[in-house]
Design a protein around this ligand. Structure first.
Ligand SMILES: [Zn+2]
Length: 388
């Protein structure tokens, strides 16, 4: 069957979903282990895997793995055929589109960017088409294997309907982006909040694999947080959950754009960092890069701005650990390009504020290029294939 034929849901039965998800995120893995791990019989695993093998999504590796001492015949692990299908992922920002093509295992195969002169919906869709042409050009002869596109952007997004309820940076309200992009591209489109998309990528293909619960905290223009609890992404009953950017950490701190005071974001968001560094140096035109250079050069009053930001972030993360108790926390985002300036104070403040054993929760602190956000959008698209 050619990929163009199978536009319907790939799988429907829960066992098939479970098998495909486990092989995709943890594979290669033998049928015996799959059966044990998923609580299925070997026959059920074989039955669930058969159509996925027939359609080219899974294949059997050579029988090399033995399942234990004294085990019988060697098992043939099941693995994903990563090249079976490719997925476009695009992160939309106010002034740029960042795009990637990923294979089924979410490995990035091509990247491209396009500047946005106009962040109106029609202009963005036009540039999206040009970006896709550039990306597909990088995959000669594979165009028929690209059927899905994932989009991500900051703001309040309804993943189920593809509706962007509100995106402050783009000034969008109630934009049916999924429907519009489907019509413009002819692809099956998913739309997700950018932080949730990044969390999905970490959950399935990154440090969150196998963790029952984990949190991803992003540091940049905004301070975001994606939460996975009991293996599921938390969306919140009102579409808001894990907003650590708006946890108040300093009652006497600066006013926040949300209307609150002393929020983590009002102290540690990019705009806040730049504003504080300008005030300390008396240079009203100082850029973030210049502030970073001054801090690295040893200028103490500017270093103190980053230290205060790290402290605020650490308090926010400790609140997540105290409330939710995740197995691990990843702290990332483009703001952490200067993570040498944050690392120590984030950890110190986390350890101070985390209650009891919550302080044992491991923190991974690392920078993250914008292409990773686009990969997150592609990961949501991959999930839509597996979890229709
Ligand atoms: Zn706030």
């Amino acid at each position: 069957m050619s990929p163009a034929d199978d536009t319907g849901a790939l799988i429907g039965a829960p066992a098939a979903t479970a098998v495909f998800t486990a092989v995709l995120t943890e594979g290669p893995v033998s049928r015996v282990r799959l059966a044990r791990r998923l609580g299925l019989s070997s026959a059920a695993v074989t039955k669930a895997a058969r159509p996925l093998i027939e359609r080219g999504y899974l294949h059997e590796l050579a029988a090399t793995e033995r399942t234990g001492p004294g085990a019988g015949r060697p098992a043939s692990p099941l693995a994903v055929r990563a090249d079976r299908e490719f997925f476009l992922g695009v992160k939309i920002t106010a002034d740029e589109l960042i795009g990637v093509v990923c294979d089924l295992r979410a490995r990035v195969r091509a990247t491209a960017r396009r500047p946005l002169a106009d962040s109106g919906v029609e202009a963005v869709l036009g540039e999206l088409g040009r970006l896709m042409d550039t990306l597909l050009h990088e995959l000669p002869g594979q165009r028929a294997r690209v059927r899905r596109l994932g989009l991500s952007l900051s703001g309040d997004v309804d993943r189920t309907s593809g509706l962007v309820r509100y995106s402050p940076f783009l000034h969008w309200r109630d934009v049916p982006l999924g429907r519009l992009a489907t019509r413009a591209t002819g692809l099956t489109v998913t739309v997700e909040n950018d932080v949730k998309a990044l969390t999905a990528a970490e959950h399935w293909f990154g440090e969150g694999v196998g963790a029952e619960s984990f949190a991803l905290v992003t540091v940049g223009t905004g301070i975001g947080c994606g939460l996975v609890v009991n293996g599921r992404l938390v969306s919140g009953s009102y579409g808001v959950a894990g907003e650590i950017g708006h946890l108040p950490v300093d009652a006497a701190g600066p006013d926040c754009h949300c209307g609150g005071r002393g929020c983590v974001e009002a102290i540690a968001g990019t705009d806040a960092l730049v504003a504080q560094a300008r005030e300390r140096t008396g240079r009203p035109d100082l850029s973030l890069d210049e502030a970073v250079a001054l801090a690295r050069g040893g200028r103490e009053d500017v270093r103190a701005v980053f230290a205060r930001a790290g402290s605020a972030i650490g308090c926010g993360i400790a609140a997540v650990a105290n409330l939710v108790g995740p197995t691990r926390i990843v702290v990332s985002g483009e703001g952490l390009a200067a993570y040498d300036l944050f690392d120590t104070t984030i950890r110190a403040s986390f350890e101070r504020q985390a209650f009891g054993a919550a302080a044992q929760c491991p923190l991974s602190i690392r920078p993250l290029p914008f292409e990773e956000w686009a990969r997150g959008a592609a990961a949501v698209s991959i999930q839509s294939l597996v979890l229709p």
